[in-house]
Ligand binder design. Structure first.
Ligand code: PLP
Length: 462
């Protein structure tokens, strides 16, 4: 039996897929502080115009520049595996496949967009990028991309992860980036937060404010900000994952996938795998598509679809997305990359339309799943990825109960070799489940009351 499929470099997809072209209810525009849709030039101090064009594009297919492919070949196409050892341990009739994005140099899917973003910035004459990072996967991915393309890179790393994951910081340094803990004393946003909450563990919302401020206040005009998830162009760059997976499944003779699963922080690895399958679903295929989040940061399953800022200092435009509120500081669970208050507008609109079925899972079940995966397939997954693993195991067990031979595909978004502190605490019995209390959600949604509301209209087809 073939248990893994590689593609040759000349078989790599040469275009990204843009779901914005096919959403049955169109994406709603980002709004400025006055409540009116923002124009591309308003984003120009933050992003280069070539990426802004991608952000607002509704072209279905967008060519991947050859020079970007030339860098992606360092690890792409990534392998597609069949998890036969996990299937056996679960005694399930389901066939389980996964894309292994942990094979990239920084260890996750994040460099798929980091390389593209650094390349487009360089084309535009930009010399330095600033960004935030949660668990450190995104920061190290951008550090790697900037090092290859000869750009400077500054990373604001959420305090709790900065303390929990010192090796991620060293990876960034090795690739030549400057990494500091957020909130920091270097920005107005950071200083304000430290005054109010000196002991804060930090949050992605705070770190984004700092990174945007650092970019727009640089007087040289040669610095821009780069975001590792949430935005449309990031989802676009990640679709290479799902497009490769389709070719690989085709090689194996797999005609139909029944369930597609990815963990979702800002939505990018999930979207990357799932959007090409969402296209199939829009065109009539029967597929269950599941983004998975932690019960401690239940954006898709318990928060409203609302217009909200992407950051705590309200520097970003208002985006139409599921959101726990821009002031939300999530509990310090170990899946740092899933501790974000918002969700990609493209993923959010697909949820509104009923094309996706989000699910929240407790931390302990996720670690149990990750340990089973390590002891069967051998790979130690990132704590974020463990949420996709837990949902996959739930689905494989369901297939057994129903006696159905389902085909399940999930995204192994990253390895966890820099995240062993979380595993250590799990084995020590020091971790627990933390479903977010209702009062906390109510409190963090307060600031959304006076903001404009997006339409929740849907076609009703799904
Ligand atoms: C390995 C891994 N998976 C998933 C995520 C979640 O991010 P996204 O939803 O953008 O894929 C992260 C974020 O840091 C990550 O590092």
């Amino acid at each position: 039996m073939t248990t893994k499929v590689f593609l040759n470099e000349d078989e790599i997809p040469r275009q990204w897929y843009n779901l914005a072209a096919d959403l049955p209810t169109p994406l709603q525009p980002p709004l400025g502080p006055d409540g009116n849709p923002i124009t591309p030039d308003m984003l120009a101090p933050v992003f280069p115009m070539n990426l802004i064009e991608q952000e607002v594009s509704t072209e279905r297919w967008i060519d991947i520049p050859e020079e970007i492919l030339g860098i992606l070949y360092r690890w792409r196409p990534s392998p597609l595996h069949r998890a036969i050892h996990l299937e056996k341990a679960l005694d399930t009739p389901a066939k389980i496949y996964y894309k292994n994005e942990g094979v990239s140099p920084p260890g996750s899917h994040k460099p798929n967009t980091a390389v593209a973003q650094a390349w487009y910035n360089k084309q535009f004459g930009i010399e330095k990028l600033t960004t935030e990072t949660g668990a450190g996967q995104w920061g190290s991915a951008l550090a790697f991309a900037c090092s290859i393309l000869g750009l400077e890179c500054k990373v604001f790393m959420v305090r709790i992860s900065f303390d929990q994951k010192p090796f991620r910081k060293i990876m960034m340094q090795t690739w030549g980036a400057d990494c500091i803990a957020s909130p920091s004393e270097e920005t107005n946003a950071g200083r304000e937060i430290l005054k109010k909450m000196p002991d804060t563990p930090g949050s992605l919302g705070i770190a984004i404010s700092e990174a945007v401020e650092a970019a727009v206040t640089d007087k040289s005009g040669k610095t821009r900000y780069s975001l590792g998830s949430v935005l449309n162009h990031v989802m676009l760059h990640q679709t290479i994952i799902g497009l490769e997976a389709k070719k690989q499944l085709d090689k194996l003779g797999v005609k139909k996938v029944d369930v597609v699963i990815g963990c979702a922080g800002g939505g990018s690895n999930f979207a990357g795998l799932a959007f090409p399958f969402v296209n199939d679903k829009i065109n009539g295929a029967e597929i269950e598509i599941i983004p998975v989040e932690p019960t401690s940061c239940p954006t898709m399953t318990r928060a409203p679809f609302a217009y909200d800022h992407g950051d705590i200092a309200k520097m970003t435009p208002l985006l139409p997305m599921y959101s726990l509120g821009h002031d939300f500081v999530p509990p310090p669970i170990h899946a740092g990359g899933l501790r974000y208050h918002g969700m990609s507008p493209l993923v959010s609109q697909a949820i509104v339309e009923g094309l996706l079925k989000p699910r929240a899972i407790h931390q302990m079940e996720c670690y149990d799943a990750a340990v089973l995966f390590a002891r069967t397939e051998g790979i130690i997954a990132a704590p974020e990825t463990s949420h996709a693993l837990a949902a996959t195991i739930q689905e494989a067990k369901k297939a057994k109960e129903e006696g159905k031979e389902k085909t399940i595909l999930f995204n192994m978004s990253g390895h966890g070799l820099m995240d062993l502190g979380g595993y250590e605490r799990f084995f020590q019995g020091a971790l627990e489940d933390y479903p977010l209390p209702e009062e906390e959600i109510k409190k963090s949604l307060e600031p959304l009351k006076d903001l404009p509301k997006p339409s929740t209209a849907k076609t009703g087809k799904w």
